[in-house]
Design a protein around this ligand. Structure first.
Ligand code: SF4
Ligand code: SF4
Length: 393
């Protein structure tokens, strides 16, 4: 996967934005929009890397800032270049875009349809909830504009996904009804950007994020036909059944994502900048380097193998095959760098064990026995982990 930061600025100013509002200022030194020469070099490097590593399908993700600020011509250039390079190299390019939705109109929807670009829109819930954080540079809400764009895409026959940052202070029931009304193809729930140095906002209770997500899971699971897919739940269920899905937040697969900035710099997932300001600067650039050369950078290497590079606690955790130590940016602390469990460890333990047990409860006893699968309650998982850690010394 190549995440193309095709525009480095945004028409919104979300308070939690890791690009603009968590201390990193890298974007100020970058071109506002990717040049044609950088697009061509980025696409060429990505397709060649895919061909060299035996990858048949390579996904380009249009990202920003707000990618739609780059304009339709830039999108067209990426698609044309990727199709031409892909044909020559025997690699099939596929495309998706992650947008705040506020600039979506008929013209964009036609382009997405013509170029088979799948669409994801970021929206955090009903208007009064979304507009607490997802605001314009003037401080106004963005919900009305974003939903206008989202509905425009739906009217056009597209079926966008939604990206939702979890806020445990809100009502899961209200969020579920809102999502069911919007009828997205799929929902991606994200935990707020946080680590051991910048700790997460905590609602009430011990495990507020798990409690919120589990309330959502119960509503979703109780529906005869779930009104939308939820990637996080589906990944935990699949991993429980022994069919893990690739993800950089769960599981044991390698993370096959590189980010290419508007100036062509090749970096690891940009959220790491929120943990370490300037971490996006690797010194590798599509104009001079192959993707495989950039992969020699320590942070790119670590991110690539993050789900198998576990701290001592994660290494003895009974659910580490499903969890994979959590999303790398969430592990960071001033002491020890990334050598920590996720700052959301307790939430992850509760979420994973509960969904795992709910999944196992649907299987016949002889299947569980044959597969050596046993339920594991949240507290038992924590106790097992603590005992093993103590035994390891
Ligand atoms: S829409 Fe995305 S890139 Fe823009 S400010 Fe909000 S979180 Fe940041
Ligand atoms: S649940 Fe916690 S200890 Fe277990 S793998 Fe995940 S982050 Fe590590």
């Amino acid at each position: 996967v190549g995440v193309l930061k095709i525009a480095s600025r945004c028409n919104l100013n979300c308070t939690y934005c890791y690009m603009y509002n968590l201390g990193d200022r890298t974007y100020l030194g970058q071109p506002k929009v990717m040049s044609d020469a950088t697009i061509d070099a980025a696409v060429r490097r990505c397709i060649r890397h895919a061909a060299e590593t035996g990858v048949e399908t390579f996904r380009f993700v249009f990202h920003g800032g707000e990618p739609l600020l780059a304009g339709r011509e830039k999108f067209g250039r990426v698609v044309d270049a990727a199709l031409a390079e892909g044909r020559a190299a025997g690699v099939r390019p596929v495309f998706s875009v992650q947008t705040n939705g506020t600039l979506l109109d008929r013209g964009w929807c036609e382009l997405f349809e013509d170029c088979s670009i799948s669409l994801g829109v970021s929206l955090d819930g009903p208007e009064r909830l979304n507009d607490r954080f997802r605001i314009t540079h003037q401080g106004g809400g963005s919900y009305a504009q974003a939903v206008r764009g989202y509905r425009c895409a739906q009217d056009h026959g597209l079926r966008p996904g939604l990206l939702v940052v979890v806020d445990p202070e809100t009502s899961p029931q209200e969020a579920f009804s809102h999502l069911a009304d919007l009828a997205p193809r799929q929902v991606d729930f994200l935990l707020p950007e946080a680590n051991h140095t910048r700790v997460p906002p905590r609602g009430s209770g011990d495990t507020p994020f798990a409690d919120w997500l589990l309330a959502m899971f119960r509503l979703w699971d109780a529906a005869a036909i779930p009104p939308f897919g939820v990637r996080l739940f589906e990944q935990i269920i699949a991993a429980t059944l022994g069919v893990p899905q690739p993800s950089d937040a769960l599981g044991q697969a390698d993370n096959e994502i590189v980010v290419i900035e508007t100036d062509g710099e090749i970096g690891p997932v940009d959220v790491l900048r929120a943990a370490i300001p300037g971490a996006g600067r690797t010194g590798f650039n599509v104009h001079e380097h192959d993707i495989s050369q950039a992969m020699s950078h320590p942070l790119l290497r670590l991110y690539h193998k993050a789900n198998r590079t576990l701290c001592d606690m994660c290494a003895v955790c009974p659910i580490n095959e499903i969890c994979g130590g959590g999303y790398l940016p969430h592990r960071f602390g001033k002491d020890g760098g990334f050598d920590h469990p996720s700052v959301y460890c307790r939430d992850l333990t509760k979420l994973i064990t509960t969904i795992r047990d709910a999944t196992l409860a649907t299987l016949p006893g002889d299947v569980l026995k044959a597969a050596c699968l046993r339920p594991l309650a949240f507290r038992d998982a924590e106790r097992t982990r603590a005992l093993r850690a103590a035994a390891e010394g």
